[in-house]
Design a protein around this ligand. Structure first.
Ligand SMILES: Cc1cc2nc3c(=O)[nH]c(=O)nc-3n(C[C@H](O)[C@H](O)[C@H](O)COP(=O)(O)O)c2cc1C
Length: 305
């Protein structure tokens, strides 16, 4: 029997556990000439906000050893243009589409969920309470158990699709945040967004990013994100979607063994747009060599040791 890497989640079937992370895959249009979308389970759109946002002023990106610092600031064209220009394409993609939603107030999140509810081409709402690069909303909600709980329960009342809360790792105890979301009815958790960091230009004697701080992503954060997933899996029963520095099939296996049901790939796709295909092949070969039936058998096994 071939090694089965498909995953059943929220009553939906994913071709494999690979999900392209928000902000690194546009709204699907960017990679369609490079990548066969049947080689991924899903992609998550760039964050959608109610009104268009220009994002932060440049400089917004800094390369670091093994990582990328970004302070994009949720640049997007707003809900109306998203519905008119991006959404109609979703039916043409041979993978699932998740929409990443961000807002400066609870009402904004509620409005966007209500407006997007009718569209069958959207499989999941990923609620971004973890953007480190905006002054209002974003990570402010994600660092308060109370706000996470209130927002989750209000969205659960109106949403016709699974609600996944994307947590920030920039807290003392990420498991507490996960428990608040679970108790308020969240269907799953993305663990996690970027880690707050910065860089200083020593010639100019000032921070490189105009926003001063940014979110660190890429291989540098993988061990940190893995620790977060491991801790969250111990604390909650709802599915975890791992995210942080994943760039090869062994990374994927580590996160699944720590407790993830699906994994997200972000920064790695900037370096090599076809990496999902390579990761899928790596997983298939690995499972076959080990004589395994299904990838889901591996979920959380590192906790049994
Ligand atoms: C340029 C850039 C833009 C991003 N934009 C968003 C966003 O709009 N919404 C969001 O939830 N996460 C956003 N993220 C965070 C990623 O989805 C992901 O959580 C993070 O990069 C860690 O994964 P990685 O190390 O695989 O890149 C962004 C990341 C990058 C690098």
């Amino acid at each position: 029997m071939p090694f089965d890497i498909s995953v059943e989640l929220f009553g939906q079937k994913y071709a494999n556990p690979l999900v392209m992370a928000s902000g690194t895959f546009g709204c699907g249009e960017v990679y369609k000439d490079f990548l066969d979308y049947s080689k991924i389970g899903a992609f998550v759109t760039k964050a959608v906000t109610m009104e268009p946002r220009a994002g932060n002023k440049p400089q917004r990106l800094v390369e670091t050893p093994s990582g990328l610092l970004n302070a994009i600031g949720l640049q997007n064209e707003g809900l109306k243009t998203f519905i008119e220009d991006k959404l109609p394409n979703f039916e043409n993609y041979s993978c699932k589409v998740w929409v990443n939603i961000s807002g400066a107030s609870f009402e904004e999140y509620e409005h966007i969920v209500t407006e997007l509810n009718p569209f069958d081409s959207i499989s999941v709402f990923e609620i971004n309470v973890s953007c480190p690069n905006v002054a209002h909303g974003g990570m402010n909600f994600g660092t308060s158990c109370n706000d996470i709980g209130q927002l989750t329960s209000s969205l659960k009342k109106i949403s016709k699709k699974p609600i996944i809360i994307k947590l920030t790792p920039n807290v003392t105890n990420i498991a507490e945040m996960a428990i608040s979301a679970e108790q308020a009815g969240a269907d799953g958790l993305t663990v996690a967004n970027t880690f707050l960091g910065m860089a200083i230009d020593t010639e100019k004697r000032k921070p490189v990013l105009d926003n001063v701080t940014g979110g660190l992503s890429g291989p540098a954060i993988k061990p940190l994100a893995l620790r977060c997933v491991y801790q969250v899996y111990k604390a909650v029963k709802i599915p975890i979607i791992a995210c942080g520095g994943i760039s090869n099939h062994n990374d994927v296996l580590e996160f699944i063994m720590a407790g993830a049901s699906l994994v997200q790939i972000g920064t790695a796709v900037f370096k090599y747009p076809r990496c999902p295909e390579e990761i899928e092949n790596g997983l298939l070969k690995w499972g076959k060599a080990k004589n395994l039936n299904n990838i889901s058998e591996l979920r959380g096994v590192a906790h049994d040791a």
